[in-house]
Design a protein around this ligand. Structure first.
Ligand code: SPV
Ligand code: MN
Length: 632
């Protein structure tokens, strides 16, 4: 018999809040709220429904409690995370794994269930004492759709609650309508920012822990505020969803959803795309003239034999660095308006306006930022000069503010039919700007699994080191990589028209060490892919896929950018580099062997056959094969 928490909850809730919870008549939900009401011991608990009043109340409380402050535009607020809590804490983010499953999960950051559970219970005991806390109901994906995953968030951070109201669809009514078997299935998130300092920032960062229990669909996040650590619905739910998807035969991917618009031919073609960080994901989703559906996380389902996708989110938690009037006009304009935006970890100047890196305006010499009171030249305890804003400073904003939103796709309960998938890495010397896979399986194994990103001067450590990043999803894959890769392959089995898969690489460097293509060229590679999907272009067969003909790209450059594209540039960019590709595949093999020694042989066989194909081509044409040597 589960414990009856009614009296306890009534003592911590207003009658209205208690009634909202009771109306859901969901014992599992009651037990979750009751257990943590007792264990974390908050002063009061506020229960939200989907009303505009509750949404506003949460925002107002974030301000009253000092977690956010109002800016010059009164609908905009600023929030700072603690110094040292401005990015995801990978080390302390672990899976709670039953003993018998541990050997399987070795390569993923895991902790034995009993031990981890005891630790998180000890850290969270009484952690909300004296605090007013909030309970919210959300849906991943549209509500009442084949994609819906209902979620409950319990948090003592009103900033977290406010962010979630912007980023996800409130789903109290969905919970209200749930039938009996459904009532048992929802994701649960318990979060505490822990003890706060006078700026409202987490003090006990040494006790920051994010423990994920995929076996019971619950995530515990303690002593943190940065959204990637604190917000249940974002990267925590993603790990739970990946696990569930694996069991049920669908996919949860770290992808944008967008539509390429071909005005001349009156076509709209949906693409999803995965890019490791700093490889062009948001800028691809936001290419001028195209339409955006989502910028971070997608669910894929086979609905009646069709490949359908939704953006699971409602808003965007975007990197603000380098958002300026020239490079990102749509986002920039929206950040300049008096509408609801939470800025995090940017500078607020004496004019009470936000400033960030790469904003394209001259910032003030002093103000307040993630460091505290800030003056130009100020150094932190390690002696490093503190910049005006953090490199991972963000904005939190509804997606439907954007003029380029694809309303139809954004609201579709059955998602959109996806016809193209893009996988974009960062490498200066191996892969071509765009290449198509002959089929889905090849796409998964040669485009998705081989994704890598090269370190840049912006990250610590040596430059030009390649980091493997299969599907750009490695941080969130919650079961062994080989099985996950096989599930990706199997997803399209029996589908009438699986999407075409393409790779992108925007970062090829020329002999002078400079990037070969401009930021705008992304549009060309996208529209070549769009044309291929509709049978507009021929392609040349290389050992790893299909590449464009020069004439087609030249036309695309002229039509879309009014630029000339030289044949010499084409030849350089689309040269097939045999040894480099073999090395890339060998790195991928080694990485899979390390991450999941049980990776099916079928996968290695495919890579080995590709290596053989490349060696044969190398014997015939030499190490660097010009596109003219390949046949259409
Ligand atoms: C990412 O890092 O992939 C993000 C931001 O989208 S976070 O919320 O930190 O995950
Ligand atoms: Mn992301």
């Amino acid at each position: 018999m589960s414990k009856n928490y009614e009296q306890l909850l009534k003592s911590k809730m207003s009658e209205a809040s208690f009634n909202k919870l009771a109306a859901l008549s969901n014992p599992k939900l009651m037990a979750f709220v009751g257990f943590f009401a007792e264990h974390c011991d908050p002063k009061s608990i506020y229960v939200c429904d989907d009303s505009a009043e509750d949404t506003r109340y949460v925002r107002d409380q974030a301000i009253v409690k000092g977690e956010e402050a109002v800016l010059a535009h009164p609908e905009q607020t600023i929030h700072w995370d603690g110094y040292g809590d401005q990015a995801r804490d990978k080390e302390n983010t672990k899976f709670l794994v039953y003993k018998e499953n541990l050997p399987n999960m070795k390569a993923l950051n895991s902790i034995e269930y009993e031990q981890g559970h005891a630790e998180i219970m000890s850290i969270s005991k009484g952690i909300m004492r004296g605090k007013d806390v909030v309970v919210q109901f959300f849906s991943e994906g549209p509500t009442e759709s084949p994609f819906t995953i209902p979620c409950i968030q319990f948090t003592d951070s009103w900033y977290v609650a406010h962010s979630e109201f912007i980023l996800y669809r409130s789903a109290y009514n969905h919970f209200l309508k749930m039938n009996d078997p459904e009532k048992d299935h929802f994701f649960r998130f318990i979060h505490s920012a822990g003890e706060l300092d006078e700026r409202g920032c987490t003090v006990n960062l040494d006790k920051r822990r994010i423990y994920m229990d995929t076996q019971n669909n619950i995530v515990y996040s303690m002593n943190d505020q940065y959204a990637g650590n604190s917000i249940g619905l974002k990267k925590h739910a993603m790990r739970l969803a990946i696990n569930q998807a694996g069991k049920e035969g669908w996919l949860c991917e770290h992808m944008f959803v967008m539509a390429a618009v071909n005005k001349k031919k009156n076509r709209k073609t949906y693409f999803c795309g995965a890019y490791p960080s700093a490889c062009g994901k948001t800028s691809t989703a936001m290419i001028p003239g195209e339409k955006i559906v989502g910028d971070d996380i997608a669910y894929f389902r086979n609905l009646d034999g069709e490949f359908r996708a939704v953006n699971v989110e409602f808003g965007m938690f975007g990197i603000i660095k380098d958002v300026n009037a020239k490079d990102d006009p749509v986002i920039f304009e929206n950040l300049m308006k008096n509408q609801e935006v939470i800025f995090s970890n940017v500078l607020v100047g004496p004019d009470n306006k936000p400033y960030w890196l790469g904003m394209g305006v001259t910032p003030p010499d002093e103000g307040k930022n993630h460091f505290g009171a800030w003056k130009k030249g100020v150094k932190d305890v390690k002696g490093n000069e503190v910049d005006i804003a953090h490199g991972n400073a963000r904005y939190t904003m509804r997606l439907d503010y954007l003029d380029n939103i694809d309303k139809e796709g954004f609201e579709a309960k059955d998602g959109v039919m996806v016809e193209g998938i893009l996988y974009g890495g960062r490498d200066s010397d191996t892969t071509v700007p765009v290449e198509e896979s002959p089929d889905w399986k090849d796409g998964v194994l040669l485009k998705a699994a081989t994704l890598e990103s090269e370190t840049t001067s912006a990250t610590l450590g040596a430059e030009g080191v390649r980091k493997p990043s299969p599907m750009a999803n490695l941080d969130f894959v919650s079961y062994p990589l080989g099985t996950y890769t096989m599930n990706n392959i199997r997803f399209c089995e029996g589908m009438k028209n699986p999407p075409k898969v393409f790779s992108n690489n925007y970062f090829m460097k020329g002999p002078d060490g400079k990037f070969m293509t401009s930021k705008l060229a992304k549009k060309i590679w996208l529209h070549w892919a769009e044309g291929r999907i509709h049978g507009d272009y021929e392609a040349l067969d290389t050992p790893t896929g299909k590449i464009p003909l020069y004439a087609d790209l030249n036309d695309l450059f002229k039509n879309y950018l009014d630029e000339d594209f030289s044949e010499a540039d084409y030849t350089y960019l689309f040269t097939f580099r045999c040894t480099k590709w073999i090395e890339k595949l060998e790195r991928t093999k080694a990485f899979y062997t390390k991450m999941d020694p049980d990776t099916p042989k079928e996968i290695f066989d495919y890579w080995n056959e590709t290596i053989e194909k490349i060696k044969t081509a190398r014997e015939q044409f030499g190490d660097e094969i010009k596109p003219g040597d390949f046949k259409a």
